[in-house]
Design a protein around this ligand. Structure first.
Ligand SMILES: [Zn+2]
Length: 125
């Protein structure tokens, strides 16, 4: 059995945690959760731990929608970019940061899955 997670799109979490939402350049929230906020550690990884604890589950699949890769201006992203000394006003740099955030999410999530249950199949689509 495969457990599936649609990353960044969780209407209940969006409603409960407006501060975890992505922001556009004007600061307006989007109906998608940011990978650089607490969402991953507070929602995705606990979900993965529960799914991996089920002996019937032999694979995890994470669907990463296009929304997850969009440049985001939330506090967490702005802080990460400032720490990396990236120019937050350069849209190309900002877009690249968005793609890198997804790449980091994949890498960290795969490593976490391996730690939780060694040999577990993890797929990103
Ligand atoms: Zn963000």
């Amino acid at each position: 059995m495969k457990a599936r997670c649609l990353v960044c799109c969780d209407p209940a979490e969006v409603d409960h945690h407006p501060d975890w939402q992505q922001r556009d350049v004007t600061g307006k929230p989007r109906r998608a959760l940011c990978l650089n906020g607490p969402y991953v550690a507070k929602v995705v990884w606990p979900w993965m731990t529960r799914a991996a604890a089920d002996p019937a589950c032999d694979a995890l699949e994470f669907e990463i929608p296009a929304e997850a890769c969009k440049p985001c201006w939330c506090d967490a992203c702005m802080l990460h970019m400032a720490e990396a000394k990236l120019n937050v006003n350069d849209l190309v740099v900002h877009q690249q940061f968005g793609f890198n955030s997804v790449a980091r999410f994949r890498k960290e999530t795969a490593a976490y899955a391996e730690a939780v249950r060694p040999g577990m199949k993890v797929r990103f689509t």
